[in-house]
Every structure is written in structure tokens, then in C-alpha cells.
Design a protein around this ligand. Structure first.
Ligand code: FAD
Length: 248
């Protein structure tokens, strides 16, 4: 019964990156995914590198942007007035309270769950992911959240920044109001125009052009067929855009 073979707790980013460069090691943040996975998915076991002593648990304002360390908990995000109302609401709706106080923003981004309302809310707030680059480089590297989710540039997430401005709205359909939405649309009306992101229609949450949304071909499952999801996306997008414009 293999499980966690070793536990490491680095105290700086370079040490963490060095530990993670070895095979069969995984970052441990809130552990809501890592711990069950270590027991089930990898019968040979895994070594975990705990990120809790890296000082990545603060939220700071940086000009017009807000920068959150990768270890900031979703529970703290759900009450932080420096974030927008839709970010707070999405953080609150992501998980039940016990898990919310455990799960982190870094783990949520790395996990890239296609149903994540929080990732959709981050996308419409121009979120950028800072990856650790090692002491030889500048120390970090920023990538847009959309590119991070769909691209190959992975690695140790140091922080996530966003522009909290704009008037947002969430429109979602789930089996019950408490369930993870089958499809959700998140819109944000900003000085530079309307931004729109969708969950439940692709392998990750995606940002789409609000003026001419693309033709979607979502993967279907027991919660909703492909055509049902495409229909929901159209209806919910129109609703979220309208509400973001009017401030409802
Ligand atoms: C009951 C339950 C319900 C859930 N419902 C949802 C849901 O509705 N929506 C949703 O999106 N998710 C859901 N999840 C998944 C999960 O809770 C979230 O993705 C969560 O936010 C993960 O955060 P964590 O800090 O616990 O990550 P961890 O479990 O610690 O890590 C998750 C993954 O991210 C990697 N990682 C963590 N931090 C970093 C970092 N800084 N840099 C690089 N990689 C990192 C880990 O190695 C691992 O691969 C659910 C999980 C459970 C147990």
C-alpha cells in the first residue's frame, strides 16, 4: 500500500524548484487533490514537496493589479475586499467551506478543472500566472492564464495577479444550485470592453470573444450532452453579458 514515500518542506523557492526537479515528486499545496491522488493513482507512491513555508500566502496590491501568492486559500479570497465581487463569489462557490479553507489558488490554477468557476472569473479579470524560473534568470516568468491553461508552460506557480476593476456577472446552470455548474458564463464589463469566459465547454475554462462567440463543440457527459452544453453556453453568455452591462 504505497502512498507518500517522503515529505519535503523547503523554505525558499530555489530549494523547492530543486526538489521538484527530481522524478516522482509533486508540489503539495492544500492537498485536496494531491493527497487522495497519492493514495489512488500512483501505486508506486510519490514524494511531496510542501509549499507552505515559502511565504506565498499573502495578497498585495501592485498598482492597479492585485497579486496573490500561490498559497492563498480560496476561503480568504472569498472575503477579500481587494478582489472583485465575482472573484469572491466564484471562490465561495468553488468548494464547501472546509475544503475552501484548505484549497489554494495555486492548486486551483495548476489543476485547471474544466468546471472551475473561479478560473473563469480570473480569466475575465486578465489574470497572469507567475512561474518560478530559477536563480539564473530573472527569478520569475509571467504567462497569461488562458495561455497557461491551454499551453505547455507549466512549473512551480509563485503567484497569480489580476486586474480587479470592472462590473461582473455570473450566469450558471447546475443540476441543483449547490452543484458544480454544468455550464457557466462569467462576464466582466471593463473600460476596454466586455470580457466573457465559459466553463463546461472545453477541456479547461476558456475566454471567448463576447462580440462573436465561437461555434462550440463541448465534450458531453452524463450531466449534459454536447448540444445541450452548447445551447446553455449561448443562453448563459447572453444573460451574463446583459447583467454585467446593467450591473444586476
Ligand atoms: C470534494 C471535492 C470537490 C471539488 N470540487 C471542485 C470544483 O468544484 N471545482 C474545481 O475547480 N476543483 C474542485 N476540486 C478540486 C480541488 O479542490 C481544487 O482544484 C483545489 O483548488 C486544489 O487546490 P489545492 O491547494 O488543494 O491543491 P493540491 O491538491 O495541493 O494540488 C493540486 C495540483 O496542483 C499542483 N500544485 C499545487 N500548487 C502548485 C503550485 N504552486 N505550483 C505548481 N503546481 C501546484 C499539485 O502538485 C497538484 O498536481 C474538488 C476537490 C474535492 C476533493
Amino acid at each position: 500500500m504505497p502512498s507518500v514515500l517522503a515529505y519535503h518542506r523547503p523554505t525558499n523557492l530555489d530549494e523547492a524548484a530543486e526538489l521538484l526537479s527530481q522524478p516522482n515528486r509533486t508540489p503539495l499545496a492544500g492537498g485536496t487533490v494531491v493527497v487522495p491522488k497519492a493514495r489512488k493513482v500512483k501505486p508506486e507512491g510519490v514524494e511531496v514537496v510542501d509549499l507552505q513555508s515559502l511565504g506565498l500566502d499573502t495578497v498585495e496590491t501592485d498598482g492597479s493589479r492585485v497579486r496573490m501568492g500561490a498559497m492563498v486559500r480560496l476561503g480568504d479570497m472569498s472575503t477579500d475586499s481587494r478582489l472583485s465581487a465575482i472573484i469572491r463569489e466564484a471562490a465561495r462557490r468553488e468548494l464547501p467551506s472546509a475544503l475552501r479553507n484548505q484549497a489554494t489558488i495555486g492548486g486551483t490554477v495548476a489543476e485547471a478543472d474544466p468546471d472551475s468557476l473561479l478560473l473563469a472569473a480570473l480569466l475575465v479579470h486578465d489574470a497572469k500566472v507567475t512561474l518560478h524560473q530559477g536563480s539564473d534568470d530573472q527569478g520569475s516568468d509571467d504567462v497569461g492564464l488562458g495561455d497557461y491553461l491551454t499551453g505547455d508552460r507549466k512549473g512551480l506557480i509563485v503567484n497569480i495577479s489580476l486586474d480587479p476593476s470592472g462590473q461582473g456577472s455570473i450566469a450558471a446552470t447546475g443540476r441543483t444550485p449547490a452543484d458544480v455548474p454544468i455550464v457557466a458564463a462569467v462576464a466582466c464589463f471593463t473600460d476596454s470592453g466586455m470580457r466573457l469566459a465559459l466553463t463546461g465547454v472545453a477541456s479547461t475554462p476558456i475566454e471567448v470573444d463576447s462580440a462573436s462567440p465561437p461555434k462550440l463543440d463541448p465534450p458531453g457527459d452524463f450531466r449534459g450532452s454536447s448540444s445541450y452544453r452548447a445551447h446553455l453556453a449561448e443562453v448563459l453568455s447572453a444573460r451574463a453579458i446583459q447583467d454585467a452591462k446593467t450591473g444586476n
